[in-house]
Design a protein. Structure first.
Ligand code: AHG
Ligand code: MN
Ligand code: MN
Length: 341
């Protein structure tokens, strides 16, 4: 079998960007290396002193797990050593991390990252992930600034996720389709396993934390009931699948067809997921695979980014399913209820 590694693939694709000098390629390669290190720790998580909580609370008010901290440190170290980015935004850090070093002086990019997605699954051997989003800087020189991150999702240069699952996969897009790579542990390389990924326009899976049902907007409640109704023509009832790691749920739906919803709830009136380093990168990938991503009313990639840790509701997946859910939102949840940031 002829194997194409992530490194080989990136070099081949560099020719698609004749003006680029290879920085983006190097940045993607650095992400691949950091992902392998995180995967190694995830794989032996039960054996070493890395499970459990650090006792600290992060900027979101959530308990920080040791693996979150480890993953955050690994990716930050990789970006600092690589010299391709002038600032980093991370779920685990209140403020941006500007990079002021000799090698980053002429860095053109900034990166936003959710180093460990699905934290509640770390200790119980269920898939977790990493999400990243890359922008061209807006500021002119020196360390990056907030301005570099307050760009709409449509401005993303590249985005991707890593899923630490039954196998480890890296999936990314630079706006020319989506490609997936599976880590072959015997050679320690990500190998192209899912070229030009396309998501089915229809699906039969819906993914939502139904425990919050009572607190959902009416549009979402009615859509869930629609998913559960019997209808041979549309293969309903759909199956309910919810892992609680957004990356894993969305990855499965991307391949099999389905919808993932994290709506507003009474507890999280703006939704739970973060626009900059969760929703925008996932939306970019899913759109590039032929799917859709909205906040129930508006396209995610068109939303204004005003804060680093801004939240938004998310409806993402197979195009026809997202359209249907939006129809329900329009009918039963007034558009005035759309989250204003
Ligand atoms: P994180 O672990 O980075 O905080 O993100 C978890 C997110 C998302 O990945 C997942 O789908 C969702 O939160 C789960 O939330 P609930 O437990 O509220 O369903
Ligand atoms: Mn997350
Ligand atoms: Mn996280």
């Amino acid at each position: 079998m002829k194997v194409k590694t992530l490194g080989q693939f990136i070099i081949e694709k560099q020719a698609d960007f004749p003006y680029a000098k290879g920085e983006l390629s190097r940045l993607l390669r650095d992400i691949g290396i950091a992902a392998k290190i995180v995967n190694r720790e995830v794989n032996k998580a039960g054996l070493v002193e890395i499970l459990g909580e650090t006792g600290e609370t992060n900027v979101q008010g959530e308990k920080v797990k040791k693996l979150d901290v480890f993953a955050n440190e690994q990716f930050i170290a990789a970006f600092k050593a690589g010299g391709e980015v002038c600032a980093i935004a991370s779920e685990e850090n209140d403020d941006i991390i500007p990079i002021d070093s000799e090698i980053s002086k002429s860095a053109k990019y900034v990166v936003a990252i959710d180093p460990l997605d699905g934290s509640s699954n770390i200790d119980v051997n269920v898939s977790v992930g990493t999400i990243f989003s890359i922008y061209r800087r807006k500021s002119l020189s020196g360390p990056g600034t907030m301005e570099d991150f307050l760009q709409r999702g449509t401005e993303q240069v590249a985005a991707g996720y890593v899923i630490y699952g039954s196998s480890c996969m890296l999936v990314y897009t630079t706006g020319r389709g989506v490609n997936g790579f599976t880590l072959d542990p015997s050679i320690g390389e990500f190998c192209l396993s899912h070229p030009d990924m396309k998501t089915p326009a229809d699906g039969t899976i819906y993914s939502i934390n139904e425990g919050n049902y009572l607190h959902f907007p009416d549009g979402v409640k009615k859509y869930i009931k629609f998913c559960q109704e019997e209808d041979k023509a549309t293969q309903r009832p759909y199956s309910s699948r919810y892992i609680g790691s957004g990356v894993a749920d969305i990855h499965r739906n991307l391949i099999s067809g389905g919808i993932y919803i994290y709506p507003t709830t009474t507890k999280s009136p703006k939704g739970k997921l973060r626009l900059l380093y969760e929703c925008n990168p996932l939306a970019f990938i899913v759109e590039q695979a032929g799917g859709k991503a909205t906040d129930g009313f508006r396209r995610i990639l068109d939303l204004d980014v005003k804060e680093l840790h801004q939240r938004t509701p998310l409806f993402i997946g197979s195009a026809n399913m997202v359209d249907k859910a939006m129809e329900f939102m329009k009918t039963y949840s007034s558009e005035a209820a759309a989250v204003k940031n």
